[in-house]
Ligand binder design. Structure first.
Ligand SMILES: Nc1ncnc2c1ncn2[C@@H]1O[C@H](COP(=O)(O)OP(=O)(O)OP(=O)(O)O)[C@@H](O)[C@H]1O
Ligand SMILES: [K+]
Length: 294
């Protein structure tokens, strides 16, 4: 399984968010790895998947095990995000994509052997869209299943993303930016799914937070709402990445499960992540989950 994009996150916890021009004291600072690609990769790995990430960082900035292809550059800093969270769980985030945006065709060529032998490739939009698209095409040409998560969303997404994604998985906000259809319930999500099928998608999943997901595909054009169990959410940050990582894990290791079953299991795993704080810190490990998921 393959993923893209990596950030170093700097977290600051404060009692409230600062106003423009204001300096306040925070009570905690810590760093962690982030980036949608890295988060999704971590969730899949915690379920037992063998994963690789293709990314670019500043030369000498960090060494990662579990990373099979790391391009290095002097031209930009490693991607970074500053995340300030107040006592109510509200946050403000600034991301500097940095070296992630320098991942290019040359890097993909060097990683070709990894791409060809993957069962599933997962792409997001935290690297240059053209590079993501090229990676999807390379995977597709080699019979690798492609899972595309158009995050952060772009209004003018290249239409080739639709045809080169075996599975197109977005949340409500991304669905609205991409299709112009505001999503507030499963019915709206169904409309998004049908619109994306018209644009060339084969299978669309729209995630709906506590409502679970809606699934639409060329084989089953009637939108199917797959609800998730009720849980006491403490921090939903990272739920989307936990879901996508779980989805990739099941697609690679349980290819004969029905899509509905795969989504039910992925819903469950993401619902565990919302019951703990943080992003990667909240992603469950296989040994701590009910074994009938595997
Ligand atoms: N409150 C919740 N209760 C149970 N499951 C949840 C909840 N919120 C999210 N989930 C699970 O996580 C999946 C993804 O959530 P969501 O649609 O909110 O993604 P997202 O907006 O990309 O997440 P985020 O931006 O918070 O990381 C949902 O489909 C569901 O399975
Ligand atoms: K969480």
């Amino acid at each position: 399984q393959l993923y893209k994009s990596l950030h170093i996150n700097h977290y600051i916890l404060t009692s409230r968010l600062p106003k423009a021009g204001e300096t306040i004291h925070g009570h905690k600072f810590f760093t962690g790895f982030g980036g949608k690609g890295a988060n999704q990769c971590v969730q899949a790995a915690r379920l037992g998947a063998r994963t690789s990430i293709i990314c670019k960082v500043r030369i000498g900035s960090l060494l990662l095990n579990a990373v099979e292809y790391v391009g290095q550059t002097k031209a930009a800093a490693t991607g970074a995000a500053s995340i300030i969270v107040d006592s109510e769980g509200q946050n403000v985030i600034v991301i500097v994509a940095g070296a992630n945006l320098l991942l290019d065709s040359e890097d993909l060529k060097k990683a070709n052997h990894i791409i060809c032998k993957a069962k599933v490739m997962v792409c997001q939009l935290e690297i240059t869209p053209a590079t993501s698209l090229e990676a999807l095409k390379m995977a597709h040409a080699n019979g690798v299943k492609t899972l595309f998560n158009p995050a952060p969303a772009l209004a003018d997404l290249d239409p080739q993303f639709y045809t080169h994604s075996d599975i197109f998985c977005c949340n409500e906000t991304e669905a609205e930016i991409i299709t112009g259809i505001p999503v507030g319930n499963p019915e709206d999500a169904g409309k998004v799914g049908l619109t994306l099928l018209e644009r060339g998608c084969k299978l669309v999943i729209v995630t709906l937070g506590a409502e679970g997901c809606v699934l639409v595909s060329v084989d089953e054009r009637i939108p199917k709402h797959v609800p998730t169990g009720k849980v006491a959410a403490v921090d939903t940050t990272g739920a989307g990445d936990s879901f996508v990582g779980a989805l990739a894990f099941y697609l690679a290791y349980y290819p004969h499960l029905s899509m509905e079953e795969v989504i039910k299991k992925s819903n469950f795993i993401a619902s565990v992540s919302v019951q703990a704080s943080g992003t990667q810190t909240s992603f469950p490990k296989r040994k701590d989950l009910p074994q009938d998921l595997f």
